[in-house]
Design a protein around this ligand. Structure first.
Ligand code: PLP
Length: 443
């Protein structure tokens, strides 16, 4: 309560804006993920690794727009690309050179030969699932318990599950995430536990017996929406082999991992190539753009015209120009070296705090992404994630960060994202805020 009151006291102008904003904007925000209790924080501007709210509070930004801003705010390379493109026209709904240059670059990085662009991660996963359904002539899809793949009906199932029912991790209750999702669609989405290839194969067999063979398995190769949960050694290889054997399209959702955890995302980092990948977030320097990559075989249903993969703004010139500059000039091998080194520094700093205060948790991360997982045991899937739930500590961690000049995403599911502009001073601020919290909680 003390830390909460401290934060509220510094957010007077945000409170005023909230009063005006909520007159005609639902909850005063453009997206429910921007809400904060008792009122949202309105931003003024960002520069490099920092952002300033309308009250003039300065923060190192580790939220980074839900992981999109690995380029840092106001990156001049992205700025130049947009400024050069703008006078030539911002929208035609026609292709230009930047489109195929970006597609070539993504092919080099992810090893998949055919690409299409979308406007967000949700659109990318929605279209990828449709392509997989068309390719296999099957309706059911599989996902991982607890995973998030965007806000469309097919994947808004079993994000938040029934964790009182954790006795049997293979049969958690399927719950649509929020109202408005047709009940009739829920049975088409079948979740399985992460890091358990046997459970996956058993469930596929059950589905085949019921004449409900799945079109695809959509998954993050390294979970990034339940803190960070890496694949156990050999798991992804088995998933690849099983899905291939059963004629199931394997989709790696790289919306968070692609371009952040390494130049070729989780696909290259863990060395298993899926049939499709979906991307967004870090792709376009903060402009709204997503992408779908696939094999020639799977994407043939787009090329033949069987699947309508469309969108007025898909391949928007500003977004694609920014993506090209981002891929060619910002996310260079040096940028990934910087992420790796700085992330190790930050994780080590947090690990020292954990040890010093004998605090329940451990640091984990790859490339630009990392977190402290507030759990005394290792998290390998949704059930172990829920069992280790320490929402109290997480909330405190967030409040201490915010009160000590470190902007973070609330919620234990989220992790920090570094940018090319972050440095040791930014990481020291994070470690210091974390240490203060650990000190106050344990002493
Ligand atoms: N897939 C994953 C793994 C995500 O984390 C998200 C968003 O957080 C999405 C898809 C949806 O992306 P968007 O919010 O751009 O629609």
């Amino acid at each position: 309560a003390r830390e909460g009151a401290k934060l509220d006291a510094r957010l007077g102008k945000s409170r005023e804006m909230y009063g005006k904003a909520r007159e005609h904007l639902c909850n005063g925000v453009a997206s429910s993920y921007q809400l904060r209790d008792p009122w949202p924080i309105y931003v003024d501007h960002g520069q490099g690794a920092k952002l300033w709210d309308v009250d003039g509070n300065e923060y190192y930004d580790f939220h980074n727009g839900f992981g999109a801003m690995v380029q840092g705010h106001g990156n001049p390379i992205i700025g130049e690309a947009i400024a050069e493109r703008f006078p030539k026209g911002t929208h035609f709904a026609l292709p230009d050179e930047d489109d195929f240059v970006v597609a070539d670059e993504l092919t080099q990085r992810f090893g998949l030969p055919k690409w299409r662009f979308t406007n967000s991660g949700s659109e990318a996963t929605m279209d990828a699932i449709r392509i997989a359904r068309a390719y296999t002539h099957r309706d059911h899809i599989m996902k991982i318990f607890g995973s998030y793949h965007g806000h469309h009906d097919a994947v808004m199932v079993s994000i938040v599950g029934d964790y009182e029912n954790i006795g049997d991790k293979n049969h958690l209750k399927k719950i649509p995430y929020g109202a408005g999702i047709p009940k009739s669609l829920v049975p088409l989405t079948v979740p399985v536990p992460f890091n358990d290839a046997d459970a996956l194969e058993a469930r596929i067999r059950e589905m085949e017996t019921d004449d409900e063979a799945p079109a695809c398995l959509i998954m993050e190769a390294c979970l990034m929406n339940m803190s960070i949960v890496p694949p156990e050694p050999g798991y992804l290889e088995k998933v690849r082999e099983i899905t291939k054997r059963h004629g199931i399209v394997l989709i790696f959702d790289e919306v968070k991992t692609g371009l952040t955890i390494g130049p070729g995302g989780a696909t290259k980092l863990f060395g298993v190539t899926p049939d499709m990948v979906t991307m967004a977030k870090a792709l376009s320097g903060g402009l709204p753009m997503g992408a779908i990559g696939g094999t020639d075989e799977v994407m043939s249903v787009v090329e033949s015209g069987e699947v309508y993969q469309v969108g007025t703004y898909s391949g928007n010139p500003l977004c694609v120009a920014a993506a090209r500059a981002n891929l060619e000039k910002v996310l260079t091998p040096e940028a990934y070296k910087h992420f790796d080194e700085l992330n190790s520094y930050l994780m080590e700093g947090c690990t020292e705090v954990v040890k010093k205060y004998d605090f329940p948790g451990y640091s984990i991360g790859f490339g630009a992404k990392g977190c402290v997982t507030f759990s005394p045991h290792k998290i390998v899937d949704y059930v172990t994630f829920k069992q280790g739930q320490r929402t109290d500590v997480n909330q405190l961690c967030w409040l201490y960060a915010m009160n000590n000049g470190v902007f973070m995403t609330p919620g234990r599911e989220e992790e920090w994202t570094l940018s090319v502009a972050h440095d040791k001073a930014a990481c020291d601020a994070y470690i210091e805020a974390f240490a203060r919290m650990a000190h106050d909680v344990t002493e």
